[in-house]
Ligand binder design. Structure first.
Ligand code: AMP
Length: 376
């Protein structure tokens, strides 16, 4: 069981299904002992919607004849008890002179139970017993006796096993508790732009200011080549020729960094994704982690400036794939063909932000910082 998010709230595991199951069996045993062999047919009143899963589990364990009806009372809005109880669904059977067992998921302040017991008595029930799966004893201050209680829990807001947060979470088989101090979600930025746009330079500034881990697939691959690893050997010919390495290779490199790097506030992806398939793979990775992409920072420069910048870099860094105009041209055409379609992909997702990269380094950096401050 992992942390989950429902609407705007975060929840952590609290009571596993095994414990719920055992509690239901235990209290079902008590009810059976009290009602086994009875001549009348008691009426079980399932309190919708919260008790629906519980009532189903309970009924499977009862070994006396009983009738099932449902009613719906609401005393909640969001996570706060309002104290107002509303009947949304009137009783669907005549209970005059009948023994009634109320099946409730949770009792906290007890407003619902008091209102319900009064209503059932007024409707002619000869006896009303209350069965709740969960009880918050710290807040229950009502004179009404609770005959069967599955489990006592502290006064915290929970969801799952029929209980909801604004109608979400009822389907969870386990019970979760609200986490009031959830960890800040990780940031995931993509640094996007053609070769030579200045991504490496700007990445260094972004990483420092926003406490990000910089993952440059190009640098990782060059490291593999320098180390002479099998992956490096496989990638070298492709890279030297200005071609892309296979998607799976870079995807694996990225995922293993997401798994292993801690102590940062986010990741800055540089050189990844470079194809639509890689973008979709990234979406999948983030989804599996319960995270999402924060935004794409795209540094754009015209093609003529790309040549100028790369020739300048070749003189300083001596990268093999910067050495000839033919290789540069190949990389630019690969970029236009395979990587540029990502602009539309991320624009459609509302995550794409473009920065003019043709100005001075400091000006470009300031524009990026302004953007990130706004979209952090
Ligand atoms: P870069 O340093 O980002 O310009 O990357 C240098 C070279 O590494 C590229 O021209 C590709 O051959 C390879 N490479 C880097 N990132 C990727 C990626 N995401 N997908 C495929 N190949 C990549």
């Amino acid at each position: 069981m992992k942390r989950i998010t429902l609407g705007d709230k975060s929840f952590v595991p609290f009571i596993g299904y095994d414990r719920i199951d055992a509690a239901i069996s235990q209290v079902a045993g008590q009810i059976n002992a009290d009602f086994r062999g009875c001549r009348d047919i008691p009426v079980l009143v399932c309190i919708l919607n919260g008790a629906i899963l519980f009532c189903g589990e309970l009924m499977k364990r009862l070994d006396f004849n009983c009738q099932l009806i449902s009613t719906k009372l609401t005393s909640y809005s969001g996570t706060q008890s309002t104290g107002n109880v509303r009947t949304d669904l009137p009783l669907t059977a005549d209970i005059t002179g009948r023994r009634v067992i109320v099946v409730e998921d949770i009792v906290d302040t007890g407003h619902t139970i008091v209102a319900l017991k009064n209503m059932l008595t007024r409707a002619g029930a000869s006896d009303v017993r209350i069965f709740t799966l969960l009880l918050k004893p710290e807040v229950y201050r009502q004179p009404v006796r609770l005959d069967y209680v599955g489990m006592e829990i502290p006064n915290r807001f929970i969801v799952g096993f029929g209980l909801d947060y604004d109608e979400l979470g009822r389907n969870l088989p386990d019970i979760y508790v609200i986490d009031n101090n959830p960890p800040k979600p990780m940031k995931y930025y993509i640094l996007f732009g053609p070769p030579g746009a200045g991504k490496g330079t700007q990445a260094a500034a972004m990483v420092e200011k926003y406490k990000l881990c910089h993952i440059s697939t190009g640098e990782l691959l060059r490291h593999e080549i320098a180390e002479g690893t099998p992956l490096g050997k496989q990638a070298k010919a492709l890279i030297d020729d200005g071609q892309l390495v296979p998607d799976e290779v870079v995807e694996q490199m990225i995922e293993s960094r997401f798994d292993s790097i801690t102590g940062v506030e986010g990741f800055l992806l540089d050189g990844f994704p470079r194809t639509l398939a890689q973008a979709e793979a990234l979406d999948g990775m983030l989804r599996r982690r319960g995270e999402s992409l924060t935004g794409v920072v795209s540094i754009m420069i015209p093609d003529n400036l790309i040549y100028e910048r790369i020739r300048h870099r070749a003189a300083i860094e001596g990268r093999a794939d910067d050495a000839s105009d033919a290789t540069i041209a190949h990389r630019i055409s690969t970029y236009h063909e395979k990587t540029e379609p990502l602009v539309a992909y991320y624009r459609q997702a509302g995550k794409y932000h473009e920065i003019d990269g043709s100005g001075a380094i400091d000006d470009v950096r300031d524009s990026i910082f302004a953007l990130l401050d706004q979209h952090a």
